[in-house]
Design a protein around this ligand. Structure first.
Ligand SMILES: Cc1ncc(COP(=O)(O)O)c(C=O)c1O
Length: 398
């Protein structure tokens, strides 16, 4: 087997299961899961219906490039949401959720030919775990850029040595960030692109929480906008990743898309043709219905805002919590060991959260997830509120 598989770190949920093993939670309290980032709102009925209506279309192989209508719906949404125009046929590709695309994109891009030194894939730390696994399996060295409260959870790109940038082939950005909820500004994105130009690397911008944000006056910008603002009129060096999982609460549909530089999309399509990851036609037709509609996404966003509005005042007296600019996570500084906190909270309240250190890696400046926990506000509102009360009562006693 591929020896690089041995380099993969146990996934955070495996480590969490080990942490909780042998701990008995109080039987009188129903379990509340706030560890996993799986949206739990009811999927829109019209999307489910579009899927049901198209089940007769299972008799043909789908094309890897997707239906023209699917690419057009994604491009139309990009234009409504970010004001950017993309050519659907050369700049947009449907993917079976961004997870597989984030992984496969790195396999398609990273190359050991013609460049000195081991390839680097740079990423924020903490980060969505796929970035690191993708880098390791592609034979690249992951380079972690810490995001902390000190830098407002923005990766400090200027802290990266030139020697690392010279070997960098892919820079991952995530905005709104998982787990921090931080949004990267247009200025930040333009600066990242200037570095990509200078050192010749590609930016993979994970924007799958782009529809979940706090302030209607400041929706998170896309790397595609930064590209246009930097004179990259064909989105040179940029690929963005978008998903219906969070926007439309359909994580089980496995539907997203990538968009950007046609010089990257074309070879990525070739890679995917061999990999065999075309999106089933019923999934595409349901996805078109979802991308075409913005009302349900606004309603979904409002549900998360209501959760933050109700949960934060309960936690504020005992915990350093702030509403993030985007996403659906709280990422508080708990000022103590995050594994012990997670285990003790489970033992006392039958409530599962995720130790922050599981989402980050140790660096010379420490592990930026240490002393933090990720709390996902994915459960129904009433459950989130009772979870907040349990955390508060736990902290009042501990
Ligand atoms: C930052 C980030 N990127 C990508 C994904 C993958 O989402 P999906 O594969 O459902 O599109 C997730 C899922 O939790 C995520 O948190």
């Amino acid at each position: 087997m591929n020896r690089r598989l041995e380099l993969l770190t146990a996934y955070p949920f495996e480590r969490l299961a080990r942490l909780k093993a042998g701990v008995t939670a109080p039987a009188g309290l129903a379990h509340i899961a706030m560890s996993i980032g799986e949206p739990k709102h009811t999927p829109p009925a019209f999307v489910v219906e579009a899927l049901r209506q198209s089940l007769g279309k299972l008799d043909s192989y789908p094309a890897t490039a997707g239906l023209p209508e699917t690419r057009a719906a994604c491009a139309a949404w990009l234009e409504r949401r970010f004001g950017v125009r993309t050519a659907p046929d050369t700049m947009v590709l449907p993917v079976n959720g961004t997870r597989e695309a984030l992984f496969s994109f790195v396999q398609a891009v990273v190359s050991s030919d013609g460049r000195a030194g081991r390839p680097v894939v740079a990423m924020p730390n903490p980060f969505y775990q796929i970035y690191e696994g993708a880098a390791l399996l592609a034979g690249a060295e992951p380079y972690f850029i810490n995001t902390t409260a000190m830098n407002r959870f923005q990766p400090d790109l200027d802290s990266v040595p030139a020697e690392v940038w010279k070997r960098c082939q892919v820079l991952f950005l995530c905005s709104p960030g998982n787990p921090t909820g931080a949004v990267l500004s247009l200025e930040f994105l333009k600066h990242a692109l200037a570095l990509a130009d200078r050192y010749d690397f590609v930016i993979a911008s994970d924007e799958c929480y782009a529809e979940l944000y706090r302030d209607d006056r400041a929706p998170p910008p896309s790397m595609l906008q930064a590209a246009l603002a930097s004179g990259h009129d064909e989105f040179q060096r940029c690929v963005v990743f978008h998903s219906l999982s969070k926007r439309s609460s359909v994580p089980g549909l496995r539907s997203g898309f990538v968009a950007g530089d046609p010089a990257l999309i074309k070879p990525f399509l070739l890679y995917r043709t061999y990999h065999g990851c075309a999106m089933p036609i019923p999934t595409q037709l349901a996805s078109i219905a979802a991308w075409d509609d913005d009302d349900h996404a606004a309603k979904n966003r409002a549900l998360y805002r209501k959760k933050f509005a109700d949960v934060i005042p309960i936690l504020e007296p005992v915990l350093d919590v702030v509403e993030p600019d985007g996403g659906f996570y709280l990422w508080p500084d708990i000022k103590r060991d995050d594994e012990t906190f997670t285990r003790d909270l489970f033992a006392s309240q039958n409530l599962t959260i995720l130790p922050g250190s599981y989402l980050a890696r140790d660096t010379a400046d420490g592990n930026p997830g240490r002393h933090r926990v990720r709390i996902s506000l994915v459960a129904p509102l009433a459950e989130c509120v009772s979870a907040a009360m349990r955390i508060r009562s736990f902290l009042e006693k501990n």
